[in-house]
Design a protein around this ligand. Structure first.
Ligand SMILES: CCCCCCC/C=C/C(=O)SCCNC(=O)CCNC(=O)[C@H](O)C(C)(C)COP(=O)(O)OP(=O)(O)OC[C@H]1O[C@@H](n2cnc3c(N)ncnc32)[C@H](O)[C@@H]1OP(=O)(O)O
Ligand SMILES: NC(=O)C1=CN([C@@H]2O[C@H](COP(=O)(O)OP(=O)(O)OC[C@H]3O[C@@H](n4cnc5c(N)ncnc54)[C@H](OP(=O)(O)O)[C@@H]3O)[C@@H](O)[C@H]2O)C=CC1
Length: 266
């Protein structure tokens, strides 16, 4: 049964909802009484998210497709609207990433990440917005990362794509604001997920380096990020927030190196 009702009667679509942050956001939406559909490539993890969401007494489903395929994304989004009757929230969370020095990054590697992150976000946004604009409102939440503005070595593909999403967010917030569609970003700091751990901090040394960039001196959890996502998705609490970014990153956006003994200064 649902514990709270903030999303009762509403429907969310979460891309990359089969794991990590996307799964936590989908389950948090269900906890708030909302129906939820998760989208990704692998069926098994999506089914597991559906099981977790259904425990909260809501209706849940999944769509299996690659966000790089615009037609498949449109079909999935239209399918959600037809099956569930509406789309109130879209969370563009699916991403691909790896660390690679820019001079070694192949055009194919650049394309893979930019296609998933930037183009995939636009395809889902465009398709969902058609339903949101027709029904008179909705909320789009894009998951980015703070290196989009402070930079980080080895992330040129992802940083460029996330920076593009930030520009997309502001543009669409101004374009659709008067028609009731809010568009925002959430920017998590280093979050303990299998995908990020394997792609970005595979060794203890990498992990320590990443941790050293976070003033709060800890990683966060998908659930902690999902709480802030729920805030931005809830029109009662965040209905006047659009075109903005909420950093949930322990201060990583400050872009400063952190010393364990702060008395030494920098
Ligand atoms: C370091 C800062 C940390 C702090 C901030 C943390 C911010 C975190 C942000 C995140 O995004 S975490 C999310 C992580 N999750 C994932 O990445 C999961 C999904 N990942 C993927 O799907 C793959 O990693 C993928 C490569 C992005 C896409 O998979 P796909 O099957 O489409 O690709 P491939 O055909 O395997 O490869 C395409 C292309 O990319 C090149 N490539 C792949 N991996 C690497 C690598 N490790 N290094 C260099 N190049 C790579 C691959 O060679 C292909 O290129 P071409 O051969 O065609 O030129
Ligand atoms: N973890 C972190 O430290 C941080 C993460 N972020 C962002 O948070 C979001 C989630 O990251 P996180 O949970 O860590 O990562 P995960 O790797 O756990 O999740 C990524 C999800 O995206 C899906 N996905 C990847 N490629 C595609 C594709 N081509 N089409 C459809 N779905 C796809 C994956 O499913 P499947 O493979 O089955 O398709 C997977 O479920 C991302 O946008 C990431 O950039 C931002 C800052 C920090």
């Amino acid at each position: 049964m649902s514990e709270s009702t903030e999303f009762a009667g509403k429907v969310a679509l979460v891309t990359g909802g089969g794991s990590g942050i996307g799964r936590a956001i989908a389950v948090r939406y269900a906890e708030g009484g909302g129906d939820v559909v998760v989208l990704g490539r692998r069926t098994e993890p999506l089914e597991e998210t559906v099981r977790l969401a259904e425990k909260h007494g809501v209706r849940a489903g999944f769509a299996s497709c690659d966000v790089r395929d615009a037609d498949a994304v449109t079909a999935a989004v239209d399918g959600v609207a037809a099956d569930f009757g509406r789309i109130d929230a879209l969370v563009n969370n699916a991403a691909g990433n790896f660390v690679c020095p820019a001079e070694d990054l192949s055009p194919g590697g650049w394309r893979a990440v930019v296609d998933i992150v930037l183009n995939g976000t636009f395809y889902a946004t465009r398709a969902a917005a058609q339903h949101m604009l027709a029904q008179g409102g909705g909320s789009i939440l894009n998951v980015i990362a703070s290196y989009a503005w402070h930079g980080h070595p080895g992330t040129v593909h992802s940083a460029a794509a996330k920076g593009g999403i930030l520009a997309m967010t502001r543009t669409l917030a101004s374009e659709w604001g008067a028609r009731g569609v809010r568009v925002n970003c959430i920017s998590p700091g280093p979050t303990e997920t299998e995908g990020a751990g394997a792609a970005l901090w595979p060794t203890e040394q990498d992990r320590a380096r990443v941790l050293g960039s976070v003033p709060a001196a800890r990683f966060t959890t998908p659930e902690e990020v999902a709480e802030s996502a729920a805030f931005l998705l809830d029109p009662r609490r965040a209905g006047y927030i659009t075109g903005d970014v909420l950093s949930v990153d322990g201060g990583q956006w400050l872009g400063k190196v952190v010393y364990a003994d702060s008395s030494k200064g920098s």
